[in-house]
Design a protein. Structure first.
Length: 161
């Protein structure tokens, strides 16, 4: 079982959200609900996946809910950065990973959204590998675009927002 730490960073400001540990199961991929939602394991997220945040704040999750991007959602995966910090053997710590993610996610934002992060009305957040996940080979940072609370109802890819 790997874990991911989620951190939200608004444009060039301090940490806004508290760390959220996301428990990730290794087996399985996704299953489909009758309402058009998918339960997707965090390690199985892909660029372009649109994510609904959970109704209840939980310290650990086994998966996230993904939907078609034309359905209401709060986040969209826009980059996967494998081998964060060149994948050192020991977990580099949340602060080092967050500093890395701040830079790499801001850098890759324009390539997906179509506007520099500093000029966007959107925000970025990311999932970081936990120490346990890192020891099991998860060294990928997952970059997500989000808003300050309103729901997205379309993909932000190329939107210039």
């Amino acid at each position: 079982m790997g874990r991911r730490t989620a951190t939200r960073r608004p444009r060039a400001t301090a940490l806004v959200g508290a760390a959220l540990l996301t428990n990730v199961a290794v087996a399985g991929c996704a299953w489909f609900g009758d309402d058009g939602t998918n339960a997707t394991q965090v390690l199985d997220l892909a660029v372009g996946d649109c994510v609904v945040t959970p109704d209840d704040v939980q310290a650990e999750l086994t998966d996230v809910t993904t939907v078609a991007c034309d359905a209401p959602h709060q986040m969209e995966v826009y980059a996967l950065v494998p081998d964060a910090l060149d994948g050192p053997e020991a977990h580099p710590g949340v602060d080092a990973l967050a500093a890395f993610a701040d830079g790499v996610c801001a850098e890759r934002f324009a390539g997906y959204v179509g506007v520099d992060y500093r000029d966007s009305d959107l925000f970025l957040t990311y999932l970081l590998p936990s120490a346990r996940g890192w020891s099991e080979g998860d060294t990928t940072v997952t970059c997500l675009v989000t808003t300050t609370g309103e729901q997205l109802i379309a993909s932000v890819a190329g939107s210039g927002r």
